[in-house]
Design a protein around this ligand. Structure first.
Ligand SMILES: [Zn+2]
Length: 264
């Protein structure tokens, strides 16, 4: 599933490709992919592409915005060649110069919502702190984790606390902080919370620099893989650099990796 660095990489790509392009048509090929509250409207030109958590928001010069969530397997591929097709194309955004943005999605959980500029997206309103902004700081996180008995790994995945983190980056962050993912959140010291905040920013920035992580099928808008998978230290690894075997357990139904010697 694309997490914050992958979504940011896609946004950086879109901002270099589709700004100023006039949207002439949005086509839906699989029912339920596009939710359009403004069917016959002039969509205007693309002004800016922004991110909030894992959401992609395309702002236009008209009174509209396009909100995209890629979910499990969604991809946005920018294409100038009109003959080129993609295998799991669910929708397309056509520009007046003949180029288009293909929304390819094998598992079909992704969504495109077209709405008025000031229309609120309830799921976005509920999102927690943006990890790369000052919103995420030790005071904020201490407050959020206070009296929480759940394992820290599960709470870091909660989009209403921190927006944008998924399983891969949460495990890398906890590994670098030397914190056991099963550790009860309210038992973390302030020092450990400070570490989590610091490493969250560092890991995400490094991953954005490497254009994200491609484990299965994430691609940038140029249909390129990310490179951060080559820099992961614990996710899907066999051995820690200390020599201990990395342990793999299931937490909330998903694989969790950690080093039982380094992470306490
Ligand atoms: Zn270790």
């Amino acid at each position: 599933m694309p997490e914050l660095p992958e979504v940011q990489t896609i946004i950086n790509g879109l901002n270099s490709k589709i700004i100023e392009k006039k949207i002439c048509r949005i086509a839906e090929y699989r029912k339920g992919t596009v939710e359009n509250s403004l069917p016959n409207m002039d969509y205007g030109k693309v002004k800016l592409v922004e991110r909030r958590g894992k959401y992609i928001i395309i702002k236009t010069t008209a009174d509209c915005k396009i909100v995209i969530h890629l979910r499990m397997t969604g991809k946005l591929i920018f294409e100038v060649d009109s003959d080129k097709q993609s295998k799991y194309c669910r929708a397309e955004i056509f520009f007046s110069d003949g180029s288009r943005l293909i929304f390819d999605d094998v598992r079909t959980f992704g969504k495109i919502q077209i709405m008025k500029k000031n229309q609120a997206v309830p799921a976005i309103e509920e999102l927690g702190a943006e990890p790369l902004s000052d919103q995420l700081n030790p005071e904020f996180l201490s407050k959020q984790l206070k009296n929480r008995k759940a394992p820290i790994r599960n709470l870091l995945l909660n989009q209403n606390i921190i927006a944008g983190l998924g399983n891969i980056y949460v495990l890398e962050i906890l590994y670098r902080c030397k914190i056991d993912p099963r550790k009860q959140a309210d038992r973390l010291s302030l020092k450990q919370i400070e570490k989590i905040v610091g490493q969250t920013k560092i890991v995400l920035k490094e991953a954005i620099e490497k254009n994200g992580t491609t484990i299965s099928d994430y691609r940038s808008v140029e249909d390129q893989s990310g490179q951060f998978q080559n820099f992961l230290r614990v996710y899907q690894k066999k051995k820690c650099k200390c020599g201990t075997e990395i342990k793999r357990i299931k937490m909330a139904g998903r694989s969790t990796y950690f080093c039982p010697s380094c992470q306490q």
